[in-house]
Design a protein around this ligand. Structure first.
Ligand code: ADP
Ligand code: MG
Length: 794
């Protein structure tokens, strides 16, 4: 058999050129024909020669040019997947890892046993796997078990332009692993693939790659796209503007698919509904009905357990956490990764209604509109619909979030409608307070969006903003690592024995404040060994940024959850609390869980009603029953069970008994131990300066008061001390995931955050007959911010 493309055939016959091996692939004629049309096929020889001759190669090419689907095939054919190593490809998004593995398997006419994928919750990797697609988080976890990644011959880091934190860390780590593999005589190739030309962070970075890696540019065969700017920029109602624009295109312009970019799931659904109503299409009705599958269950009223005061309060033992071996066999862990582009921000005005239709827009345009939503949390079967041709006699209209910007290429799009906005999660570097904000996107991403219109023929992009506004956009969005807290990454790196994180070759380093905040939190959680308290301040600061991991930290790093939650799990082996702690942590870490409400289950009013407390009760009942769309939670629970107690044979029974009152107390203490720095105290009557702060809380880090989120069961109870999972800024600063804590637990469970009041001079020690201990006279205990707490025995 001959290599499949003319370029490769030429290369294959050149006497001096590699590859020496050629593995034939049996592709169908249709696939082969489609492949040959991809721009990257023309560059196969250049790409393969560069890879053969260099340890690190960068490939840049427009979305749709064939990087993801073709480069793994080039490598496979050139014999890079063999008995002593396979080809690994990382994707920042789960969707891409799964769908690309399916696509490549299909193109190569190979089974999923050979072309496989692995994401956090699932995978189909076998001993026969030769090409493995995975999320970047999965590969990071693998490095912890095998630093040299000996099972891979090639690692491809795909979508590097997205600059996801895991991708960035992986590139930093691989910049060291590749030379080590070379020295070991088992060379490995690293290929970084990017959709944009902006690769200076990788190429002009001496710390990262001392020898500048070659960058190959693949010229995309892009048809011209005419960009139309709005004369003026609509201030608020870009949703309405999108609707009007799609209506206009559909009624007035020739055939061709429409792709609309909006910022989030709720907006996507809202516009889909509106469009379906305006241009009814019989089949669309059934589509809408599908969403009813998560119909709301009848809720039984829970008997409110009367709160009894029981004395004495049980205490968890901070020194008795479980140090367990890391489970070697478990590959399917992936550090928590959020799909930010679909994250909810409930503060956004979504009230579009259907009556916003302009006169005449319910027109009977002859062609029905085939409307499909696309966002990353959408079920894969529903996502796949966008790749299929629309039903005959209809026009395709995909309403998407920025997931359609680079990772997925939708065929036959001729018109793009770009609202110009993007929903992003913003974090405060020091406090970690996050807020979702809809902001203008970058020029690079607006151009990406426009490019989607010119894949198959010349197209048009309608930007719902003026050219003046566009020229004010930032050129590129800053990498994620500079925008979010990094404690999870730092713990993972420390577990790899990278102590001086500050010296790590990040493509773009996170801000020093973020690194310091992360180390401080990890020290407080007991995951890092505290530096000695003596020495010069400067030395101390340096020491603080290079603390080694502690045994507890090793345990924590082995859990597939962020450090705070890992701490909770590590403590929960006591008092039979583990199954409950696993359930709590699973519920707290699967963010999608409560975001389901963004998706209209039945109707908008119903959804609105559901947002309250009752909804939580229903949700929790579904969780315990392992039902409905919450399969992921069940999977995470199983995975946590396996990683916490690999050989305990522990089974988390979904119908398990509710915890006893004592266990509830332990669980609250465990939550406090994990969220210790996220403490808040209700503003006391005497401190109240303004009536509007009556139910407000103060936290150590923020000047402004914060409130308990109305969805919380504690919204009305208002305990004096609470811990919270996160503060989200919407109309107010709201604490979410709130749990009540008793003030006397704080000095016991959070010693790093407390200090004692000034002792008397020469305090007289005294003997305590009840405990048989000598007690020092300690007048008071203070939380760092000066809240006085009850005295404790020392
Ligand atoms: P890149 O990685 O450069 O963005 P891809 O390799 O993802 O490009 O895509 C190359 C081509 O393969 C595109 O034209 C795309 O439409 C097509 N393609 C990708 N996935 C599928 C699929 N599941 N079904 C049909 N075509 C697909
Ligand atoms: Mg790609």
């Amino acid at each position: 058999a001959l290599p499949s493309t003319p370029a490769l055939q030429k290369a294959f016959h050149k006497p001096s050129s590699k590859p020496a091996v050629f593995i034939p692939v049996d592709r169908s004629p249709e696939i082969q024909e489609a492949r040959l049309k991809l721009p990257i096929l023309a560059e196969e020889q250049v790409i393969m020669e560069a890879i053969n001759e260099n340890p690190v190669v960068i490939i840049c090419g427009e979305t749709g040019s064939g990087k993801t689907t073709q480069v793994p095939q080039f490598l496979y054919e050139a014999g890079y997947a063999s008995s002593d190593g396979i080809i690994g490809i990382t994707e920042p998004r789960r969707v891409a890892a799964v769908s690309m593995s399916h696509r490549v398997a299909k193109e190569m006419n190979l089974s999923h046993r050979v072309v496989s994928y692995q994401i956090r919750y699932e995978g189909n990797v076998t001993g026969e796997t030769k090409i493995k697609f995975m999320t970047d988080g999965v590969l990071l976890k693998e490095i912890q078990k095998d630093f040299l990644l000996l099972k891979y011959k090639v690692i491809i880091i795909d979508e590097a332009h997205e600059r996801s934190v895991y991708t960035d860390i992986l590139i930093g780590l691989l910049s060291r692993i590749v030379p080590l593999r070379g020295k070991k005589g088992q060379p490995m190739k690293l290929i970084i693939m990017s959709a944009t030309l902006r690769v200076e962070d990788f190429t002009d970075n001496q710390k990262l790659f001392p020898a500048v890696p070659p960058a190959i540019q693949v010229d995309a065969r892009q048809f011209p796209v005419t960009v139309h700017f709005n004369k003026r920029t609509p201030v608020d109602d870009y949703n309405g503007e999108c609707f009007r624009k799609v209506c206009k295109i559909h009624r007035m312009l020739p055939a061709g698919g429409i792709l609309v970019f909006l910022t989030g799931q709720a907006e996507v659904h809202s516009l889909c509904r509106r469009l379906r109503k305006a241009f009814p299409f019989r089949k669309n009705k059934t589509e809408g009905d599908e969403e009813k599958e998560e119909s709301v269950e009848e809720t039984r009223k829970f008997k409110k357990s009367k709160q009894k005061k029981t004395m004495p309060l049980p205490k968890i033992d901070l020194n008795s956490y479980s140090v367990l071996p890391v489970d070697e066999g478990d590959e399917d862990r992936e550090a928590e990764m959020d799909d930010d582009e679909d994250a909810v921000g409930s503060d956004i005005d979504l009230d579009l209604g259907d009556d916003g239709l302009e006169e005449g827009e319910k027109s009977n345009s002859s062609l029905p509109l085939y409307v499909l939503p696309l966002y990353s949390l959408l079920a894969p079967e529903k996502q796949a619909k966008v790749f299929r041709p629309p039903p005959l006699g209809t026009r395709l209209c995909v309403v998407a979030t920025n997931v359609a910007e680079t990772s997925l290429t939708i065929p036959s799009i001729k018109y793009v409608v770009d609202c110009g906005k993007v929903k992003k999660r913003f974090y405060d570097k020091v406090t970690g307070v996050s807020s979702f904000k809809v902001t203008w996107t970058s020029q690079a991403s607006a151009n990406q969006r426009a490019g989607r219109a010119g894949r198959t023929e010349p197209g048009h992009c309608y930007r719902l903003y003026s050219s003046a506004v566009f020229s004010d956009f930032e050129k590129f969005s800053p990498p994620e690592i500079t925008r979010r807290p990094v404690e999870d990454l730092i713990l993972q790196m420390k577990a790899l024995n990278i102590e001086k994180v500050i010296n790590f070759p990040f493509p773009t380093p996170p801000p020093t404040e973020a690194l310091a905040a992360a180390e401080e939190l990890l020290i407080a959680l007991g995951a890092l060994q505290e530096p000695p308290k003596t020495g010069r301040l400067k030395d101390l600061q340096i020491a603080k940024l290079s603390c080694p991991i502690s045994p507890l930290g090793v345990t924590m790093a082995s859990f597939p959850v962020a450090p705070r939650y890992a701490k909770m799990l590590a403590l929960s082996k006591q008092h039979d609390c583990l199954p409950y702690a696993i359930t709590i942590v699973s519920a707290m870490t699967v963010r999608e869980l409560f975001e389901e409400f963004e998706r209209p289950a039945v109707s908008e009013e119903e959804t609105e009603k559901l947002k309250g407390k009752k909804a939580r009760v229903i949700q929790m009942r579904r969780i315990w029953a392992g039902q409905g769309p919450f399969q992921k939670l069940g999977d995470l629970m199983v995975m946590l069970v396996n990683s916490v107690c690999p050989d305990a044979g522990l089974f988390v029974d979904p119908k398990m008994k509710p915890p006893t009152e004592t266990q509830v107390t332990y669980l609250r203490q465990i939550v406090l131990a994990g969220l210790g720095d996220h403490i808040a105290r209700r503003i006391q009557a005497e401190e109240l300066l303004d009536e509007k702060w009556k139910n407000a809380y103060k936290t150590p880090l923020l000047d402004d008061p914060v409130f308990i989120h109305p969805n919380s069961v504690l919204f009305k109870q208002l305990p004096e001390f609470v811990v919270y999972q996160e503060i989200v800024e919407t109309t107010q600063m709201y604490m979410k995931g709130v749990s009540a804590v008793e003030s006397e637990w704080i000095p016991v469970l959070l010693p790093p955050y407390c200090h004692f009041g000034k002792p008397l001079e020469n305090p007289p020690p005294f003997y305590c007959p009840e405990t048989g201990r000598i007690r020092c006279h300690r007048p008071s205990v203070f939380y760092r911010v000066g809240w006085q707490l009850p005295a404790v025995e020392v």
